[in-house]
Write a protein that binds this ligand. Structure first.
Ligand SMILES: Nc1nc2c(ncn2[C@@H]2O[C@H](COP(=O)(O)OP(=O)(O)OP(=O)(O)O)[C@@H](O)[C@H]2O)c(=O)[nH]1
Ligand SMILES: [Mg+2]
Length: 695
C-alpha cells in the first residue's frame, strides 16, 4: 500500500469538515454522512467544536482509494487557530484547498496558499458550495487566478449552479478550450512542451497533456481545480479520483533511519499523553526507547513563545549547537491510521501516521530520530495579543497554572508567561475566539473558572545598532569563573534571533556552549523594554574556562573550576550590557485589512479609520460596494470590528491578518512590562547572590 498524507485547508467555514465527511462516505468508511450543524461529524469530535460548529483542533481520519491509504487531516480555518495548521504543513504530501463558490478567495485562503506555494506542497483546489444561492464559478476562478496563483486548470464546469441539483461536468479531450488551457499552463513549466506548443499550438496529444498535468501537479507547479458541493456530493467523486492522480502518494523507506515529526499532542481519558507522528523513514515499535523530548535543540526554539524567527523557514540551525540528550522514554503503545480511526499495531512505518503512547516529555514539533530531509519549515505570523488570566476562586491558582501549562503543551504558540513583579499570569493569543475557547476548556475540562483581562498587543524589540561586551575569567570585575564575550547585531526582518560562534567549538566543553546558547535565547525573551528581541544576531566573541581542578588530594573544588552556572550567570550579564549598548526600538504589530462596505459608508468610515491610526489605500468602487485595503495597528482591530456594524448598517465585512511590525510612535499601545531584565549590573549581581545564598 502507498500512503498519501493529505491536508484539507481553507478559510473558516468554507466546508473542510463537511467535505471530509463526504470523502469518508464515498470511500465507504462511514454509512451515514454527519453534519457540522448537527454536531455529528467524524473530525469535529470535541464538545466545543460540536457546540460552536467550528473546527478548533486538527484531526486525522483515513480511507482507502485503490492501493492508496489516504490519511486526511482536517484543519481549523479560523485564523485564531493557525498554529494547528502550521504544525500540520510539515507532514503533508499534498493538500486540498477549499474555496467557497459564494464568498470566493478570502483573507485566510491567501495566507494559506502563500505557505503552500512556498513549501511547494502539491495542492488541488475544490470550489465548494456550488449548490448555494449566489455561487459563481467564473468569478471565483478569476479570483483564484488573480489573487492566489495563475497556474490553475479548471477540470470541468458546473451545471445547475446555485441549486441543489448542481452537477460537476468534467472536461474531456474534445473540449478545445480545455486542451488549449492545459497546453498553455503546462508549457510555462516545461521547456520541451513549450517548444512543441510554439511549433503547433493545437497538435499536442491529449494523453501527453494529461500525463504532464499529473507530473506537474505532483510537483506543486500546477493546481487542478474541481468544483462541487460537500453537501450534495457534486464533484466529490471526481475530486477523489484527482487525489491519487494528481497528488504524490509514496511508500517511504521503512528500512531507513528513524525519522518522524510530532504534529499533534493530546491527552487521553486518563490524562495520558498521546503524540501523533508522521513517519518519513524507518519504523518505530512498541517498547522502542527514544531520547526524552526528541530533538531538544529544535524544540527549544519552537517553545520560545512568540518566536518570529525565520517565518520563511530554512533558517533553523544558523550556527546553533547540536542537540543534547537527557533521559529516555519508552513507547508503550502504538496505533496507526488505516481505514477510519486509528487501530492498535506494534509498529508505525515510513509514510504512515501513528499515535504513540508513553513519550513523557514529547511536545508538538519534536523530531523523532533524524530530521526529515528537504522539509523547510513555514511559520505563520506570531500571536499579537496577550491577556492576564486570573482564577475567579483564589484557591484555584495552582490548578490554573497547571491547566494552562498543559494547554500550552498541546499548542506551542500559546505562550505562557509569569510577571513576577505584578504576580500575574499572561497568555499570548491570536484572537478573541481563541480566548473564549481557552476559557471554556479551562472550565469544562479542568474545572477552573478563570477571568481574562481585555487583550493588549504584544510588541517586539529590534536592536537599533551594534553593541558588544565581554568579561575575562579571573579578572577583578568578573564575579564568575567564565570568559564570555557577546556581540549583538541587527539582522534582516523576519530572520529571528540567531546565535553564532566566532570562537572554536573545541575551545570549551560542549555543556558550557550549550549553557551560553540557552541563556542567550532566554535573555532575548525580554529586552531592554521588556519585549522579545527579534531580528538580531548574537555572536560569541570570547570564551574561556577553568577545568575541573582541586587542591592536592582534595575533592573537586567549585571555587577553582568553571561550572555551567558560571556561564549562565555571566552570559545574561554580558548580553544585557551588549544589548543596552546596541539600544533597541519597540515595534508594534500591524495588520493588513480588507474592507467591503456599502459605497455610501466610505465617507463616514474615513475619519474613524484615521482615529484608529489606520492607513487606508485608494478605494475601489464595485457597483454598490466599496472595497478598501490598508493597514491598521493590531491594537485597533477590535475597535474597528465593533464600530463596523453601526457604520455600515450591518453590511460591512472586515478581514484582517498580521502584516508586519512598525516602530511605535509616541506611547506604546500595550501594557508596559514590569518583569523585564534588570539592566543595572549591581541589581543583577545582588539578585544572583541572593539566589545562590537561598540554595
Ligand atoms: N450549502 C452548502 N453548505 C455547505 C457546504 N459545505 C459546507 N457547508 C456549510 O457551511 C458551514 C461550514 O461548514 P464546515 O464544514 O464546518 O466548514 P469548515 O471549513 O470545516 O469550517 P472550520 O473548520 O470552522 O474552518 C456549515 O454550516 C455547513 O453545513 C456546501 O457545499 N453547500
Ligand atoms: Mg472544520
Amino acid at each position: 500500500m502507498r500512503t498519501l498524507n493529505l491536508g484539507i485547508l481553507a478559510h473558516v467555514d468554507a466546508g473542510k469538515t463537511s467535505l471530509t465527511e463526504r470523502l469518508l462516505h464515498s470511500a465507504g468508511v462511514i454509512d451515514k454522512i454527519g453534519s457540522v450543524d448537527a454536531g455529528s461529524t467524524q473530525t469535529d469530535s470535541l464538545a466545543l467544536e460540536r457546540q460552536r460548529g467550528i473546527t478548533i483542533k486538527s484531526a486525522v481520519v483515513s480511507f482507502v482509494i485503490g492501493d492508496v491509504t489516504v490519511n486526511l487531516i482536517d484543519t481549523p480555518g479560523h485564523p485564531d487557530f493557525i498554529a494547528e495548521v502550521e504544525r500540520v504543513l510539515g507532514v503533508l504530501d499534498g493538500t486540498v484547498l477549499v474555496i467557497s463558490a459564494v464568498e470566493g478567495v478570502q483573507a485566510q485562503t491567501r495566507v494559506l496558499m502563500r505557505a503552500l506555494r512556498r513549501l511547494r506542497i502539491p495542492t488541488l483546489i475544490f470550489v465548494n458550495k456550488a449548490d448555494r444561492a449566489g455561487a459563481h464559478a467564473g468569478r471565483v476562478l478569476a479570483g483564484i487566478a488573480e489573487r492566489l496563483t495563475p497556474s490553475i486548470v479548471a477540470m470541468g464546469s458546473v451545471t445547475g449552479l446555485g441549486t441543489q441539483g448542481c452537477e460537476f461536468r468534467p472536461y474531456g479531450p474534445d473540449e478545445a478550450a480545455f486542451t488549449a488551457r492545459l497546453a498553455e499552463v503546462l508549457a510555462e513549466h516545461d521547456e520541451e512542451l513549450l517548444a512543441d506548443y510554439v511549433r503547433d499550438e493545437t497538435g499536442l496529444p491529449y494523453r501527453r497533456l494529461r500525463r504532464e498535468l499529473a507530473a506537474q501537479a505532483r510537483r506543486g507547479l500546477v493546481h487542478p481545480v474541481f468544483l462541487g458541493s460537500a453537501i450534495t456530493g457534486a464533484g466529490v467523486a471526481e475530486l477523489t479520483g484527482g487525489l491519487t492522480r494528481f497528488l504524490p502518494a509514496g511508500r517511504g523507506d521503512a528500512a531507513g533511519p528513524v525519522s518522524g515529526t510530532v504534529f499533534k499532542v493530546e491527552r487521553g481519558p486518563a490524562g495520558e499523553k498521546i503524540a501523533y507522528v508522521r513517519m518519513f523513514s524507518g519504523a518505530l515499535h512498541v517498547r522502542d526507547r527514544l531520547p526524552s523530548g526528541g530533538d531538544r535543540g529544535q524544540r527549544g526554539r519552537d517553545r520560545s513563545g512568540p518566536d518570529r524567527s525565520g517565518r520563511d523557514g530554512g533558517r533553523d540551525g544558523g550556527g546553533r549547537l547540536p542537540a543534547g540528550r537527557d533521559g529516555e522514554s519508552k513507547i508503550t503503545a502504538i496505533s496507526v491510521f488505516e481505514r477510519g480511526p486509528a487501530v492498535r499495531r506494534d509498529q508505525v512505518r515510513a509514510g504512515q501516521i501513528g499515535k504513540l503512547w508513553g513519550l513523557r516529555d514529547v511536545q508538538i514539533g519534536d523530531t523523532l530520530g533524524v530530521p526529515p530531509a528537504g522539509r523547510p519549515r513555514h511559520r505563520f505570523a506570531p500571536p499579537t495579543l496577550e491577556t492576564v488570566v486570573v482564577p475567579r476562586r483564589p484557591a484555584d491558582k495552582g490548578a490554573l497554572h497547571a491547566a494552562l501549562g498543559q494547554l500550552a503543551e498541546q499548542d506551542p504558540l500559546i505562550g505562557l508567561r509569569r510577571d513576577d513583579v505584578r504576580g500575574e499570569l499572561l497568555l499570548s493569543l491570536y484572537g478573541e475566539v481563541q480566548k473564549e475557547v481557552i476559557q471554556a476548556t479551562l472550565a469544562g475540562e479542568y474545572g477552573v473558572d478563570a477571568a481574562f483581562s481585555a487583550s493588549t498587543t504584544i510588541c517586539i524589540e529590534r536592536p537599533a545598532g551594534t553593541g558588544a561586551a565581554f568579561e575575562i575569567i579571573g579578572t577583578p570585575t568578573n564575579p564568575f569563573l567564565a570568559t564570555v564575550g557577546l556581540r549583538v547585531d541587527p539582522a534582516p526582518v523576519d530572520s529571528g534571533p540567531v546565535f553564532r560562534l566566532e570562537v572554536e567549538l573545541g575551545s570549551m566543553p560542549f555543556a558550557f556552549f550549550k549553557a551560553v546558547e540557552e541563556t542567550v535565547t532566554r535573555t532575548l525573551q525580554q529586552g531592554i523594554h521588556g519585549w522579545q528581541v527579534i531580528d538580531c544576531v548574537v555572536t560569541m566573541t570570547h570564551s574561556g574556562y577553568w577545568p575541573r581542578q582541586s587542591h592536592a588530594h582534595a575533592h573537586f573544588d567549585k571555587s577553582m573550576s568553571s561550572t555551567a552556572g558560571d556561564f549562565r550567570n555571566l552570559t545574561r550579564l554580558i548580553l544585557m550590557s551588549a544589548l543596552s549598548r546596541a539600544g533597541t526600538t519597540v515595534h508594534e504589530p500591524v495588520h493588513r485589512f480588507h474592507l467591503e462596505i456599502p459605497a455610501d459608508a466610505y465617507g463616514p468610515m474615513l475619519p474613524v479609520l484615521t482615529r484608529l491610526r489606520a492607513v487606508p489605500g485608494a478605494p475601489a468602487m464595485r457597483g454598490p460596494l466599496c472595497l478598501l485595503d490598508g493597514e491598521i495597528p493590531a491594537a485597533q482591530v477590535r475597535e474597528l470590528e465593533e464600530q463596523l456594524p453601526a457604520l455600515t448598517r450591518g453590511e460591512g465585512v472586515l478581514e484582517a491578518a498580521f502584516g508586519h511590525y512598525q516602530p511605535v510612535r509616541g506611547t506604546a499601545p500595550s501594557r508596559p512590562r514590569t518583569d523585564h531584565n534588570p539592566l543595572n549590573r549591581e541589581e543583577y549581581l545582588l539578585h544572583v547572590m541572593r539566589r545562590v545564598a537561598a540554595r
